[in-house]
Write a protein that binds this ligand. Structure first.
Ligand code: HEM
Length: 525
């Protein structure tokens, strides 16, 4: 991972930007006319985009020092290149480097903001929560898959979905632990015992889909044990639809042109596959009714009894599986990425967990191991699955920081403005985490209390409802894996590069070699 200090960029005030603008404005005039940005430029000059200087009583925001001070195409180009190179998180972190944790920049001529300031995140996600929404871009682009359910709605509709889903998503009872053990046994049966290299990210992708379909849909895809054809097709379609909708599917020029003209046929097929699979499972559930004690209070049956429409339940299930599956898979993969690189952490974990004598952990055991908790927090700090995110102001509002000569004065945020926030950059602020922020060092958690500066699941009214579930699964599977394997070796030939979609995972997988502990094989024969 490159060091942020190599990315120190100059910043200037709006006055400097104005001076540069006069120099370059002529060269852009023709381009402006040709590419149809006239309207944007006009509204920018007149302040119609809501950032008119005449209404501002706040101090000037801290501006990024653009090479293109009209449209800010330099930042667009920098970010587009960084996405291709798998370095967007470090590049945006470099925009926020130093004391300036909030920067305004031009996005096609409009003011946009990016922040990693805990005070600003606290305001957006909690204090001024009602001034911000998830934005039309997210709603429109994800609607084909998520519908208008919890992940993709605002206001009252979002609140209704959240109230319904929360009790299911947050519960961790004996039943869930039984699922964890069952699917862990399937996982371990597929992992090589001879130390040969395996991409464990792929295994965790199947593991978390098997578990979340079992828990929230009532029927597992069983990818790791006995996959049905329909389950495999569902998994592939699910994976493809997510990648296509989050814009990371296929960048080739032919596909882009073809999709723009004829629509994305493959995406349509994937969406159809997903709905066919869910419909089949729900039909079966309706016919059979609750079958055994563990499905008595299944998601589907409970909501059906409450009179909720089947179509709504289908989207609720999809949202839970979608929100939870890839984030958790990315998290488990990162855990094994860092463990493979830090043998001393692995040895200490094994020693801590050895008191269980190879037995499966109970619910109480999950909170018994301080070093395990510190290790898992450290992974979330360095590689948060939801690393970068965005909100849109739904009314004129402000953020505590981002203006004035030191960037610490309140900043006006006009209605419609987009505020991006980098949890990744915030998790690497030295004032909260120490000078060695880029180092994996779980022991730091013995003495730090970063509060709002550590937010892998966000916070406030819209925080993750699956946090307890995800943490329980991470602890459970880590304990079981550490009991099973004496050591884990790093087999990655290339450095970590991010793959950013709805969440952040490793572009080249997580390649490890697992060394079996013959004395404590916890596989069920
Ligand atoms: C390590 C794993 C996970 C991480 C890091 C994570 C993180 C997050 C974050 C940051 C958000 C807020 C997104 C936003 O508002 O834009 C979120 C929302 C959400 N998460 Fe998770 N999540 C994880 C696992 C799960 C699991 C396992 C489930 C399901 C059981 C789940 C269900 C949800 C749902 C339904 C939302 C939307 C909440 C709302 O909008 O009110 N997540 N998650």
């Amino acid at each position: 991972m490159p060091n942020a200090s190599s990315y120190v960029l100059p910043f200037s005030t709006k006055d400097n930007i104005d001076r540069e603008r006069t120099v370059t404005i002529a060269s852009y005039a023709l381009l402006l006319f040709l590419v149809g940005f006239t309207k944007t430029a006009w509204s920018y000059v007149n302040g119609r985009n809501g950032i008119s200087q005449k209404h501002i009583s706040f101090q000037k925001p801290v501006w990024y020092s653009h090479k293109d001070p009209i449209f800010g195409l330099d930042v667009l180009w920098m970010c587009a290149t960084a996405v291709f190179q798998g370095r967007l998180l470090e590049v945006t972190r470099s925009m926020l480097y130093g004391a300036r944790k909030t920067v305004s920049y031009l996005f096609l001529g409009r003011q946009a903001v990016i922040t990693s300031d805990p005070e600003n995140l606290k305001a957006m996600l909690a204090g001024n929560f009602h001034d911000f929404g998830i934005g039309e871009t997210r709603k429109n682009s994800l609607r084909p898959l998520f519908g208008g359910a919890i992940f993709n709605s605002d206001g009252e509709i979002w609140q209704q979905h959240r109230t319904i889903l929360r009790p299911f998503a947050s519960r961790v009872r004996t039943q869930e632990l039984l699922h964890f053990e069952n699917y862990f046994q399937h996982l371990i049966a597929t992992l090589p015992r001879d130390g040969c290299t395996i991409d464990i990210q792929q295994s965790f992708n199947s593991f978390t889909l098997d578990i979340s379909t079992a828990v929230f849909l009532g029927k597992s895809t069983n990818l790791l044990s006995s996959p049905s054809q329909s389950g495999q097709r569902f998994a592939a379609a699910f994976d493809h639809a997510q990648r296509a909708l989050s814009g990371i599917d296929d960048y080739s020029l032919t596909s882009l042109v073809k999709n723009a003209i004829f629509g994305n046929d493959r995406l349509k097929t994937s969406l159809k596959e997903i709905h066919t699979f869910l419909d089949q499972v729900l039909d079966q559930c309706m016919l059979e009714g609750p079958q055994d004690p563990t499905s008595q209070d299944s998601f589907f049956h409970t909501l059906t009894r409450q009179g909720r429409a089947r179509q709504d339940i289908k989207y609720d299930i999809l949202n839970l599986v979608l929100a939870g599956k890839d984030t958790t898979a990315a998290y488990l993969s990162s855990i094994w990425y860092f463990l493979s690189q830090n043998p001393s952490t692995y040895a200490r974990l094994r020693s801590e967990i050895s008191v269980l004598n190879g037995q499966a952990p109970t619910k109480d055991d999950l909170n018994r191991f301080p070093f395990l908790s510190q290790t898992l927090k450290e992974v979330l700090r360095l590689q948060p699955p939801v690393a970068i995110n965005q909100r849109t102001a739904i009314r004129d509002t402000c953020l505590p920081h981002g203006a004035g000569s030191d960037g610490l004065s309140p900043m006006r945020i006009p209605r419609g403005a987009s505020v991006g926030y980098s949890v990744y950059a915030m998790h690497r602020l030295p004032e909260y985490f120490g000078e060695d922020v880029d180092t994996f060092r779980p022991e730091r958690w013995e003495s730090i209390r970063p509060q709002w500066a550590f937010m892998p699941f966000h916070a406030g009214p819209r925080s993750c409802i699956g946090q307890q579930f995800a943490m329980a699964l991470a602890k459970y599977s880590t304990i079981r894996m550490v009991q099973h394997f004496a050591a884990v070796e790093d087999r990655n030939e290339r450095p970590w590069e991010e793959k950013l979609g709805l969440n952040c995972s490793s572009k080249h997988g997580v390649n490890v070699g697992l060394v079996v502990d013959g004395e404590r094989d916890c596989r069920v024969s």
